[in-house]
Design a protein around this ligand. Structure first.
Ligand code: NAP
Length: 292
């Protein structure tokens, strides 16, 4: 592993979360920093929920240049920032914070991360229907991404009626133009035949439960050939869901690309320059192949 030279002038970046030891972000960010020979280092910063406010004040005191935010702080950090972008407000979560002259500015690069691998597949025609499995935190970035991509309908499928209604209500005054509807899981046979994009935002199929899939092979026969199946999970890669969808003629996209692209978007904001996405992707692939 290449260790960048840390000196007295090295600027600090990092990621806050609790726990944080599982984060892959230091691997890809430090690989890009080393490639660019930038005088930065990116650190895992464990912050317990009760310590969030003093931690943010401390980051300002020591001159941190910016940080990523992961579970459980993506919502809780918002009132502690001087400014939150319209996109992050619409999503209801901040994953990237930038130091500005006015103070901390929060934004959300998960949306850009989600959208980036879809652009080449969806470039040609207006999109009709996206079906999203799950209504948790990452589903919010996916809805915002589908709105950016111009889907005529975004259909969110969940297992808990109260959470589904709360999810729907939270988008009613959104600055993003999105035609959103929510549905119980049983409605999928009716929804899938119209879907050009099917996204799994549930953890079903995530390591160590790699044999699981949110939908069976039979369920997936309803998906039109050529539709895109997108799984936010990146371990295992591909997931069982993607394997089954591919067997039905779907184009498969796994969650690693979203992870890479949201990180690249954040690093661009901090360094104010283009970043080596390929280096970030390879660093993650190499790291994961050594670890598994
Ligand atoms: P979350 O906020 O906990 O949401 C998970 C959603 O899945 C909830 O709506 C939950 O339903 C639903 N769900 C969980 N188990 C289910 C089951 N057995 N049957 C039906 N629905 C189920 O989690 P998240 O932060 O959105 O993360 C979800 C997944 O996305 C994780 O695997 C995470 O690793 C991945 N992710 C990847 C990226 C990336 O960059 N690739 C980024 C973010 C997240 P209830 O609300 O009813 O509990």
């Amino acid at each position: 592993m290449f260790i960048p030279m840390i000196t007295g002038t090295t600027q600090l970046l990092g990621v806050i979360g609790h726990p944080i030891h599982h984060s892959l972000s230091p691997v890809m960010h430090n690989a890009a920093i080393a490639h660019l020979q930038a005088d930065y280092v990116y650190l895992p910063l464990p912050v317990k929920p009760d310590d969030l406010e003093p931690a943010i004040a401390g980051f300002a005191a020591i001159g941190l240049q910016g940080f990523n935010v992961t579970i459980p702080h993506k919502q809780a950090v918002m009132p502690l920032l001087s400014d939150v972008s319209e996109l992050a407000q619409a999503v209801g979560a901040v994953n990237t914070v930038i130091k500005t002259e006015q103070g901390w500015m929060g934004t959300n690069t998960d949306v850009e991360g989600f959208v980036a691998p879809l652009r080449s597949h969806l470039a040609t025609s207006p999109q009709q229907s996206a079906v999203i499995l799950g209504n948790g935190g990452s589903a919010r970035a996916v809805v915002a991404g589908c709105a950016q991509l111009g889907f005529a309908q975004v259909q969110v499928v969940g297992r808990n009626p109260e959470k589904l209604q709360a999810f729907l209500a939270s988008w009613q005054h959104s600055p993003l133009s999105v035609n959103l509807s929510v549905h119980p899981w049983e409605q999928l046979p009716r929804l899938l035949p119209q879907a050009s994009l099917l996204v799994n935002t549930t953890p079903i199929g995530m390591h160590p439960h790699g044999e699981d899939s949110p939908l069976s092979e039979t369920d997936l026969t309803a998906l039109p050939p050529g539709a895109i199946a997108y799984d936010l999970i990146y371990i295992p890669s591909p997931t069982r869901f993607l394997q089954l969808a591919e067997r039905q003629g779907a184009i498969a996209i796994n969650g690693l690309e979203m992870l890479v692209q949201q990180g690249a978007a954040a690093l661009r904001l901090w360094l104010r320059q283009e970043v080596p996405v390929e280096v970030m992707r390879s660093a993650l692939v190499d790291y994961l192949s050594q670890r598994n």
